[in-house]
Design a protein around this ligand. Structure first.
Ligand code: SF4
Length: 173
């Protein structure tokens, strides 16, 4: 049976951890341990460039608790949180990451809606926080706790995300 580590406080769950949990649990463990991803990794650099050059008239990179919203704006008195992605390839994970932001805001009594934005594909999707999404997120938070309190990382396994992952050198060399 895997050993569980005991920390003085629960792991801080930001939207990026939710995203990684749905992409690769090993990434969650590495991130939670503060293992730095390769900052020169091309996919990270491209992500930053798209973030910086899209939607210039809206507030960018707004921190809230352990999360950082790509975009924040107000429309007809409603707060809108935007999440920019390079592609819609992992749209399910992107939806849940954005729903996590909406859930965090709801816990503080702030209602907001979300917009997933794929500037390269000229695509957009609205995300509304539903009871179903809340239930899914509650399960994900439990899963993240499991992964992050384990003394060793989940085993490395080849998946479709390895090729673009900033940890690939660490996992596969
Ligand atoms: S390289 Fe692959 S196995 Fe390693 S963290 Fe990235 S996605 Fe996960």
């Amino acid at each position: 049976m895997k050993e569980k580590l005991v920390f003085s406080e629960a792991p801080r769950v930001g939207g990026t951890l939710v995203w990684y949990y749905l992409i690769c649990k090993r990434q969650v463990w590495l991130m939670a341990r503060g293992v730095e991803a390769d900052k020169d990794d091309e996919s990270l650099a491209l992500g930053r460039l798209i973030d910086e050059s899209s939607y210039k008239r809206i507030r960018h990179s707004v921190s809230f608790g352990d999360s950082k919203f790509d975009l924040l704006k107000e429309e007809s008195g409603v707060l809108v949180i935007g999440e920019i992605k390079k592609s819609s390839r992992s749209i399910k994970a992107a939806r849940l990451q954005l729903a996590h932001y909406l859930y965090e805001l709801a816990k503080f009594g702030t209602e907001a809606r979300g917009e997933l934005l794929f500037p390269k594909e000229k695509k957009r999707e609205d995300v509304v926080l539903t009871e179903d999404l809340k239930l899914k997120l509650d399960q994900i938070y439990k899963g993240i706790l499991e992964v992050t309190t384990s003394s060793s990382p989940p085993k490395v396994y080849k998946c479709k995300y390895c090729g673009n992952c900033a940890y690939q050198e660490l996992c596969w060399s």
